[in-house]
Write a protein of this length. Structure first.
Length: 340
């Protein structure tokens, strides 16, 4: 007895399983595309986390955790912790209202708690704290700011929005193209349809296998009419579609790298790039690079002044070599190579 499909079932099934890579679909194709997307998210996130090189950081501040906090949370709060007597940089969020410059006046952070001795020493190691914010437009007494243990905000950019959305969006786009190329590549191998009767099925299977193996002479018994037995099946896989898809993937990859400030752009031209084109592309990359770099340096200016430190941050040019390596693995060529 067949089950009647209602209208609600139609919309639920369409929403849950309509897309090949739907979040709730467990088909092999959907699982494969999600695996590709996860790999791309990991690769691009690693590049994003390694974009900046920090110098003269105190041992209590971990550059990996600092960049991870800025990428995922969009805010890192620096403060001097009395319990550990060290400068730390931890996750936090603005608490209460903001002043006329849209700076939070206080922060709630998850930082080191009070030291506990005895059997409960491992308990309550990290607890939420509320800190008054250091406001450069109002806090002119540096010693007083240190004494009151105020929190210093470091944002990933001037909009104070995490960049993880850029990574997720482009990882999804690239995964769609990669999965399409995989499907087309497999379909290109299935380019013939063989018709056979029950008596000739085994013979036709052997013929097909020998064709795939490249056997020079195929021996058959009896009369065989190739026109009616072996039929070509057009699956719509055009050779030029591979190049177009690879070109689209290259553009999306380079757009993502450009938004992260990583110089790996490709103009997708066969002729040599002129100096003006390369310079214009470098200018766009530098602009995106300073979007994140200026926000970090502004916070460091106040942290260095108050605590008497000399922490510096600059863009890590070595990450461009990593991005280029990942691009070459996907057949993407940089514009600088094309111009040489």
């Amino acid at each position: 007895m067949s089950k009647t499909v209602s209208g609600m079932d139609y919309y639920y099934n369409s929403g849950l399983f309509g897309a090949a890579a739907g979040r709730f679909s467990n088909t092999p194709g959907a699982l494969r595309e999600r695996a590709i997307e996860s790999m791309l998210q990991r690769n691009i996130t690693e590049l994003a986390l390694n974009r900046f090189k920090w110098s003269n950081l105190p041992e209590s501040v971990d550059p990996r955790f600092l960049e991870l906090t800025l990428l995922l949370n969009g805010l890192s709060v620096w403060y001097w912790d009395d319990n550990f007597d060290k400068l730390v940089a931890v996750n936090g969020t603005g608490t209460g209202y903001t002043n006329f410059l849209q700076h939070p006046v206080s922060f709630t952070v998850i930082g080191p708690g009070a030291r506990i001795l005895g059997p409960d020493a491992a308990a309550n190691t990290f607890v939420p704290k509320t800190l008054s914010a250091y406001l450069p437009e109002a806090d002119h007494d540096k010693e007083e700011a240190v004494k009151k243990r105020k929190g210093f905000a470091m944002w990933p950019n001037y909009l104070r929005i995490p960049e993880i959305d850029t990574i997720n969006i482009y990882a999804t786009r690239l995964a769609t193209v990669d999965r399409t190329l995989e499907i087309n590549t497999k379909n290109a191998r299935r380019n013939k349809l063989i018709t056979a009767t029950a008596n000739t099925q085994l013979s036709m299977t052997n013929v097909s296998r020998q064709i795939d193996e490249g056997v020079e002479q195929i021996m058959v018994t009896g009369a065989v009419n190739p026109d009616t037995t072996i039929t070509a099946l057009d699956l719509g896989i055009l050779p030029e579609s591979y190049e177009k898809l690879a070109l689209l993937r290259s553009r999306w990859w380079n757009e993502c790298m450009g938004l992260l400030g990583i110089d790996n752009a490709n103009q997708d031209k066969k002729e040599r790039l002129v100096a003006q084109e390369v310079s214009a592309n470098d200018g766009q990359t530098d602009s995106m690079r300073f979007v994140a770099l200026n926000a970090r340096r502004e916070a460091l200016k106040h942290i260095n002044e108050v605590f008497g430190l000399n922490i510096e941050v600059e863009f890590n040019v070595e990450v461009e070599a990593q991005a280029q390596m990942l691009a070459e693995q996907s057949g993407i060529q940089s514009d600088k190579e094309e111009s040489e």
